[in-house]
Design a protein around this ligand. Structure first.
Ligand SMILES: *[C@@H]1O[C@H](CO)[C@@H](O)[C@H](O)[C@H]1NC(C)=O
Ligand SMILES: *[C@@H]1O[C@H](CO)[C@@H](O)[C@H](O)[C@H]1NC(C)=O
Ligand SMILES: *[C@@H]1O[C@H](CO)[C@@H](O)[C@H](O)[C@H]1NC(C)=O
Ligand SMILES: *[C@@H]1O[C@H](CO)[C@@H](O)[C@H](O)[C@H]1NC(C)=O
Ligand SMILES: *[C@@H]1O[C@H](CO)[C@@H](O)[C@H](O)[C@H]1NC(C)=O
Length: 719
């Protein structure tokens, strides 16, 4: 047997000499169909196939080679001969049928720094151990012996100078039940060990000062190992990360994590811890990240100071199904009060409270939050005055809740001056409009996810459609994730394909018509009002004129005609109104219309007394014009004339007298005689400007109007 083997080796050496001589310089192809070589990806080659029995030559660039599912059984220096043409750095044997590895195997692989031997249950562990001596000195960086079903490790497994430089040791997926860490003590550079996926229920720790990361997830540990050595010294004084997820750990107390001064990250995901007690983590001065995913399943209670840690920055309680909506399970006031430096909080898949006030209480201490995940937490209404206090929040995830919509966007999203990423994916939001988010929030966001909401493709969505046109690039999953649910006829249509037009969405609203009509009516009323205020007299004059025409049509026969008199009218006026009488009245009636008026200034006979004059000339005048003004009302002489004139009215009827009101009479000047006159006789109101024509027309009509018509004055009594 021995001689046979020696013979094989000699043969191999002969072959080596031969091949070196002939083939070393020739370019080599990747061996088909077994191997796949990728020059770009760090010169990686993967060779597999049950009919591959040997290690082939590979292209020169190959640095890392994996043999998987081949029929390679034994390896030795000679078998690896073909790899000596390369600067091979990494070798991986996974799922072959390895039985043994020769102690000289790696002798000529001077660049080797990583060896993985996985899923090789038949490999003789002792032969592997002995082969370590052929590793290049102080070069090995990584060793991985995974899924080999090893039940235990020889105590002297790594008792070899050639592996003392290993930094990553992976022993996942074996069948260890007990691990004595003394085995690793000789690997003085060891930084990371993975013992995940074993059946470890017991460990014996020893001081490993270089260890930074320990992964013992998916084992059967009943409790957190004790990291304190004699005199409370730490076994792992530099340990930064410990992964204890998926173990049988059912209890954590204030003493669980002691003597780990540098520990910053703990994973306890899916452990059975149903109750988080006070000060579990408070003895860890460097703790920054706590992963408690799916803890307790469900987590039933959290005591006041469970998260007492002033250094804690990240807390992941995802999928713990904790009821923040059940008051006695925790203290809303205290729960996060002792970890005020929290920056990242995952509360996905828990039950958030329904009321704003509990929400506010829970989150009040967390002023430094950067990221908050409230995905799938049964929120139906966004809480007010909660996020608004998180001035540093950059990312908020509210996916997979039942959020419908909200009114008070400022009290929900106001003041969030740092928010950049907002996700409300898969809620019940149907319409997004200008009131949904505060303007300044939208302009600050870098990404917004509203996908998988049941959008209504109705005109109310116009604003959002227009917004998308300008800012759509920040929308995540647009357009494919945005579909219409309502109305039924549009169910399934992409929001992007819903094209409402202005015409469809802004039809002429009957309200607009009403508003316009009302506006016009109001304007008209105002206009008429102001015209009426200005032309009150004109209107009266006009009505007067109409009446005159009307009476004439009725066919009244004049009893007393103007031809019987010398003057057409006797003018009663006050001296102060002389100017108007002489200039305007005389000019118009005498010069233009050819009437003859009796003016006391001009016509009275000097020498006769006034009373005689008045009496005489009144008799010669067909009608009497009374020019009423404030001065007139104040003058006694004029009042006397009114009395005289009234006498004439009584005899001949009211058409005899035509009062002309020059200006509005102040009520304090109004005397009873004057009032009687104006009340009993239709009067004309003088207007300068616009109404002048009408006034003159009315005046002429009334001057020419025959006497003896039925009384009409009362209807038009004025002032
Ligand atoms: C080296 O590779 C060549 C071809 O790729 C193969 O024919 C030869 O048998 C291999 N040598 C060893 C020692 O396996
Ligand atoms: C334990 O610590 C004490 C005080 O810190 C010290 O006096 C003693 O020597 C230490 N013992 C050991 C074995 O290190
Ligand atoms: C929180 O932890 C610190 C540090 O361990 C401790 O001094 C303090 O008493 C704890 N607070 C409470 C309320 O238990
Ligand atoms: C926003 O902050 C200001 C000043 O800090 C505060 O007065 C105001 O009430 C806050 N608004 C909301 C909605 O929280
Ligand atoms: C925006 O949409 C909400 C919910 O549909 C609605 O209550 C609100 O009146 C809308 N605001 C505007 C300005 O259309």
């Amino acid at each position: 047997m021995i001689s046979q083997r020696r013979c094989v080796i000699t043969l191999c050496l002969l072959v080596i000499k031969f091949e070196f001589a002939n083939l070393s310089s020739a370019p080599v192809e990747c061996l088909k169909p077994f191997c796949q070589c990728q020059k770009k990806v760090n010169g990686k080659a993967v060779c597999s196939g049950r009919s591959l029995h040997y290690i082939p030559r590979l292209p020169k660039y190959v640095r890392s080679v994996t043999f998987t599912n081949t029929s390679i059984r034994f390896i030795d220096k000679c078998g690896l001969f073909n790899l000596t043409f390369h600067q091979i750095e990494k070798i991986n044997f996974t799922g072959n049928v390895l039985r043994s590895i020769d102690k000289d195997t790696f002798l000529n692989l001077t660049f080797l720094d990583s060896l993985i031997v996985s899923s090789e249950p038949h490999l003789n562990i002792t032969s592997l151990k002995l082969s370590f001596q052929s590793f290049p000195k102080l070069k090995m960086f990584e060793l991985g012996f995974n899924f080999n079903f090893w039940k235990s490790l020889p105590r002297d497994m790594f008792n070899n100078y050639h592996v003392s430089n290993v930094k990553h040791l992976n022993l996942q997926g074996n069948s260890f039940t007990y691990v004595n860490f003394t085995t690793f003590k000789t690997i003085t550079s060891l930084r990371e060990i993975s013992l995940a996926n074993n059946s470890i229920s017991r460990v014996s720790l020893t001081r490993l000062t270089s260890l930074i990361k320990l992964d013992m997830s998916s084992n059967l540990l009943p409790r957190v190992p004790t990291f304190c050595g004699r005199n409370d010294t730490s076994y792992f004084p530099n340990l930064d990360t410990i992964i204890l997820s998926r173990n049988n750990i059912g209890f954590l107390g204030p003493k669980s994590f002691r003597c780990l001064p540098r520990l910053s990250t703990i994973y306890l995901d899916y452990t059975n811890i149903g109750k988080l007690q006070d000060n579990i983590f408070s003895s860890l001065p460097s703790l920054r990240t706590l992963h408690l995913l799916g803890i307790g399943n469900p987590l039933r209670s959290i005591t006041q100071n469970a998260f007492n840690s002033s250094s804690l920055e990240t807390l992941n309680l995802k999928a713990s199904h904790f009821h923040f909506d059940i008051k006695h399970r925790y203290d809303a006031n205290k729960i996060f009060a002792s970890c005020p430096n929290l920056k990242i909080l995952h509360l996905t898949e828990n039950y958030m409270p329904f009321d704003d006030s509990t929400f506010q209480t829970i989150f009040r201490p967390l002023k430094k939050l950067n990221k908050l995940y409230l995905t799938s937490t049964k929120i139906l209404n966004l809480p007010r005055n909660v996020f608004t206090n998180m001035k540093l929040l950059q990312k908020l995830n509210l996916d997979d809740n039942g959020i419908n919509g909200w009114n008070d966007s400022y009290r929900i999203f106001g003041n969030m001056t740092h928010l950049k990423y907002l996700s409300l994916r898969h809620n019940h939001i149907s319409v997004i409009n200008e009131t949904t988010f505060p303007d300044e929030l939208l302009s600050r966001l870098k990404s917004l996810n509203l996908a998988r909401n049941p959008f209504s493709c109705i005109c109310d969505q116009m604003w959002f459609k227009n917004w998308i046109q300008k800012n759509g690039s920040i929308l995540i999953e647009y357009p494919i994730g945005y579909k219409c649910r309502h109305p039924n006829s549009m169910n399934g249509l992409l929001l992007n394909d819903y094209k409402p037009t202005d015409k469809m969405c802004n039809p002429w609203n009957p309200l607009y018509t009403m508003a316009i009509v009302m506006g016009i009516v109001v304007l008209l009323i105002l206009a008429i009002g102001s015209i009426a205020a200005k032309c009150q007299g004109n209107i009266k004059n006009y009505i007067y004129l109409l009446r005159v025409y009307h009476n004439r049509k009725q066919g009244y026969i004049p009893l007393d005609s103007e031809e019987d008199y010398e003057y057409h009218a006797f003018v009663v006026y006050c001296d102060n109104d002389r100017k108007w009488v002489h200039n305007d009245l005389l000019n118009k009636l005498e010069n233009e219309e050819g009437l003859q008026l009796c003016i006391h200034h001009r016509n009275f006979i000097v020498g006769d007394s006034i009373t005689v004059n008045v009496d005489n000339f009144l008799k010669k005048s067909w009608k009497v014009l009374v020019i009423v003004s404030n001065n007139f009302a104040q003058s006694e002489w004029c009042q006397w004339e009114v009395d005289v004139v009234q006498e004439r009215r009584r005899r001949q009827g009211k058409e005899v007298i035509v009062p002309i009101i020059l200006e509005t009479i102040d009520s304090k000047h109004m005397t009873s005689q004057l009032r009687t006159l104006l009340d009993s006789t239709p009067s004309l109101r003088y207007r300068s400007g616009v109404g002048t024509e009408l006034f003159w027309k009315g005046l002429l009509e009334s001057l020419r109007k025959p006497l003896g018509h039925p009384p009409t004055s009362l209807l038009y009594s004025r002032i």
